[in-house]
Design a protein around this ligand. Structure first.
Ligand SMILES: Nc1[nH]c(=O)nc2c1ncn2[C@H]1C[C@H](O)[C@@H](COP(=O)(O)OP(=O)(O)OP(=O)(O)O)O1
Length: 160
């Protein structure tokens, strides 16, 4: 089975008490009830940049242009017990955009401090790759989930 192509974009801003990132409570579909990054599937004929701009608009109302996006690499999520859930995820960050994040039927967006991420409410793999991305780094990592599809069995960086 081929992994689905998906995207995530992390909006970053400076708060009074340090850096903040926009995440959101997933209201339905994959990862419902978790705090997740903003994004979703790349549709046929779309580039990853086009897809992430569309998904951020659909889920939060925030308008991005390609020049707002910084490439933060990729994470391949592997679910051996559920191969149909495998996803190849392109990661982006943005420090500029237009509009204010607003809730949609997909996501309730919320700003979090980057130094106190709500990891207990996120996918358990988040702390394997997200802090590097939020510090402005790039990752290229394969995260393999356990048979419970929740715990991390292994994570392997493909970067030299
Ligand atoms: N293990 C994991 N850890 C994580 O932090 N994010 C994950 C993950 N596995 C998948 N994701 C993300 C990537 C992707 O942005 C999202 C799933 O895409 P979607 O939100 O588009 O899925 P849905 O099925 O809700 O929506 P549709 O695209 O409308 O079918 O979940």
């Amino acid at each position: 089975m081929t992994a689905a192509d998906v995207t995530l974009c992390f909006l970053l801003r400076d708060g009074a008490d340090g850096g903040q990132v926009l995440l959101g409570l997933k209201q339905k579909g994959f990862g419902k009830g978790k705090i997740v990054g903003i994004g979703g599937h790349v549709e046929a004929g779309e580039t990853a940049v086009q897809a992430v701009i569309r998904e951020v608009l659909e889920e939060t109302g925030v308008v991005l242009v390609p020049g707002d996006l910084a490439d933060a690499g990729a994470v391949h999520f592997v679910f051996p017990a559920r191969p149909e859930w495998d996803m190849k995820t392109r990661l982006f960050t943005a420090r500029t955009w237009s509009g204010e994040p607003a809730p949609s039927d997909e996501i309730i967006p919320e700003w979090f401090r980057v130094d106190t991420l709500p990891v207990e409410r996120m996918w358990q793999d988040a702390d394997h790759w997200l802090p590097v991305v939020l510090e402005g780094g790039r990752v290229n990592i394969v995260v393999t989930m356990d048979a419970d599809n929740e715990s991390v069995a292994s994570s392997e960086s493909l970067l030299p």
